[in-house]
Ligand binder design. Structure first.
Ligand code: ZN
Length: 217
């Protein structure tokens, strides 16, 4: 019989004991937690101005790796939205602006300097992530489009690090699943979304199987 017991939970991680769960299924949930849970990160960057000494492509790469506290109930992925707009619409993108200018002293620009252009709970996981240093007289101005994606598409959207191991005094088919959130979503939401993603895969498989059987040999 399958049973699941919550062993530990805090803000960053969750640990559950899976009993009677075949290894393949437990491993599938682990992989879903890393690759298939939707989260939000910067997908498009428009550079209005960059007179810092950091090349624009390096700046874009750095800023794209910042994880955002995600609202996956309100926003959907570009694929699900289907609006087809490169920079998205109100359902599939949150626009942020980042403007900074150094006057007499060099300054460091932080993740917290990004300002959303609408009322939203989506924000960088920490306001203190350094992005770029700019010198006197230098300036940056960027438009940033935060969108829903998955770890499978790019590692910057990876929701969690998840591991599976056998408990020291465990019985047959007993495994511990440990999920550590990167910060986009709560650990328990990641677990639930991983299970949902697995369910979706199984449904897809069922549909494909029905089609194949209908088509015949
Ligand atoms: Zn859209």
């Amino acid at each position: 019989m399958i049973s699941i017991k919550l062993l530990e939970e805090d803000e960053k991680s969750v640990k559950v004991l899976l009993s009677g769960t075949p290894l393949a299924v437990a491993n599938a949930i682990r992989r879903m937690a890393m690759n298939e849970v939707p989260t939000m990160a910067i997908e498009e960057v428009l550079i209005i101005e960059n007179s810092s000494s950091m090349p624009s492509d390096v700046l874009v790469h750095r800023i794209s790796l910042i994880p955002f506290i995600s609202d996956i109930d309100r926003y959907v992925s570009p694929e699900e939205c289907g609006c087809g707009k490169r920079l998205g619409c109100e359902r599939c993108a949150v626009r942020f602006v980042l403007r900074a200018e150094a006057k007499d002293e060099p300054i460091t620009v932080y993740s917290g300097d990004m300002v959303p252009e609408e009322e939203t709970s989506v924000k960088p996981v920490s306001p203190r992530i350094p992005i770029v240093k700019i010198g006197p007289g230098q300036k940056i101005e960027l438009e940033l489009y935060v969108r829903v994606g998955k770890g499978r598409k790019h590692a910057k959207w990876q929701a969690a690090i998840a591991t599976l191991y056998e408990p020291e005094d465990g019985g047959k088919d007993e495994r511990i699943l440990y999920v550590e959130s990167i910060g986009f979503l709560s650990p328990r939401r990641i677990l639930l979304e991983a299970a949902k993603a697995l369910e979706k895969k199984v449904l897809e498989l069922e549909n494909l199987l029905q089609e194949a059987l209908q088509q015949g040999v």
